[in-house]
Ligand binder design. Structure first.
Ligand code: PLP
Length: 357
């Protein structure tokens, strides 16, 4: 059976070369699954229109800023916010699938640790932040969503100061229709990845990659190189020639059944942790250590992990083709297990779809 795509909808999806047991809960394998453009009918859309209410379009997402919810198009930050002029933020992204957050507590922990490490403080408590994230999704009505929490350094309270302590830190959050970091179409055939030849990952002792950040100069340069050469995305090496990560994902390879991933130089992805836990549950040996690029080329399979779609199969890195140019069998075991955990409600916290105040 071949892959059948219909616009934004994926039906009859078939990852050739993969372990097709037919019993998978994966949204990318389920013939009856809903739209994969990240949206299903929202609460807002299901509500009967009220002629007295002004028409507000929440379908593109909702934000919380300065104490109130607003359509995403109304959410703005000032040009003097250090988050904008110095990429000085702490942020995190959690996803909602089928009306439930996945590992919300882990994302909130990482976000707040990032804030603390960057000397940021805001008035909202952890519980209030969680409530606001629920509120953004509820307000948007989205059942599948990309949900961001952001703290910017903010604007100076002392004009002209060069002291970051003079900034008023600012928290905001927003929910968007689900974003696939590697699209279902690319994942289905196996993503094509370029190892950047021009750009190395910013050294960890300059910008700490374990704090999720907006320092994307290296990724953006690498993305131009990859896209212009016809690849889906880019993977960056460190200055010792070891594999690190890419824009929005961690990287893995599989050799002789062992699941191998770098130990340093990257964000400690929540999805990466999920992959390591799933591998243990599936009895797949794991190695967390430096991964020289040569070893990567010689691996049997390669895949990525991200909140934006989970386990994303890779069929090509530079000129090297894996698994006859299709997603690998072991990768697909992990891929399917990821969605099985969602279907079972593991780590899931249902969104409170009441109308936020
Ligand atoms: C640089 C980078 N690495 C890895 C990841 C994957 O992390 P997670 O699994 O928590 O989404 C991200 C996520 O956006 C990222 O930006």
């Amino acid at each position: 059976m071949g892959a059948v795509f219909s616009g934004a909808y994926l039906s009859g999806a078939d990852f050739s070369g993969a372990d097709l047991d037919g019993a998978s809960p994966s949204p990318e394998r389920d013939d009856n699954y809903k739209a994969l453009d990240g949206r299903s009918p929202s609460i807002a859309e299901k509500k009967m229109p009220d002629a007295t209410e002004p028409k507000i379009d929440w379908s593109k997402g909702a934000a919380w800023m300065d104490g109130r919810y607003m359509p995403i198009s109304d959410a703005k930050i000032g040009v003097l916010d250090w988050g904008f002029i110095h990429s000085d933020v702490s942020y995190d992204v959690v996803h909602v699938w089928d009306g439930a957050f996945f590992r919300l507590n882990d994302h909130l922990d990482r976000f707040r640790e990032g804030m603390a490490a960057q000397h940021m403080a805001v008035s909202q408590s952890r519980e209030e932040m969680s409530e606001i994230l629920h509120g953004c999704v509820a307000q948007s009505g989205l059942r599948e969503s990309y949900v961001a929490m952001v703290c910017t350094r903010g604007e100076l309270s002392v004009p002209g100061s060069r002291d970051p302590r003079d900034c008023e830190n600012r928290f905001f959050a927003y929910a968007l229709p689900f974003i696939w970091v590697i699209t279902p179409e690319a994942a289905q055939r196996g993503a094509r990845m370029l190892i950047s030849k021009s750009t190395r990952r910013i050294p960890s002792d300059s910008v700490d990659p374990t704090i999720k950040n907006y320092h994307w100069g290296d990724f953006t340069r690498g993305l131009f190189e990859a896209k212009e050469a016809g690849f889906d995305s880019v993977i960056l090496l460190d200055h010792a020639g070891n594999v690190t990560e890419g824009p929005g994902f961690n990287v893995f390879c599989i050799k002789d059944g062992r699941v191998i991933t770098p130990d340093a130089g990257h964000l400690m992805g929540v999805s990466r942790r999920t992959v390591l836990e799933m591998a243990e549950e599936l009895g797949m040996p794991v190695e967390v250590r430096p991964v020289p690029v040569a070893e990567f080329y010689e691996a049997d399979e390669v895949f990525l992990s991200t909140t934006g779609g989970g386990v994303r199969p890779v069929a090509q890195v530079d000129d090297r083709i894996y698994s006859n140019g299709a997603p690998g069998v072991q990768t697909m075991r992990l891929h399917d297990h990821y969605w099985r955990w969602h279907a079972e409600g593991r780590y899931c916290e249902p969104v409170r779809y009441h109308c936020p105040d």
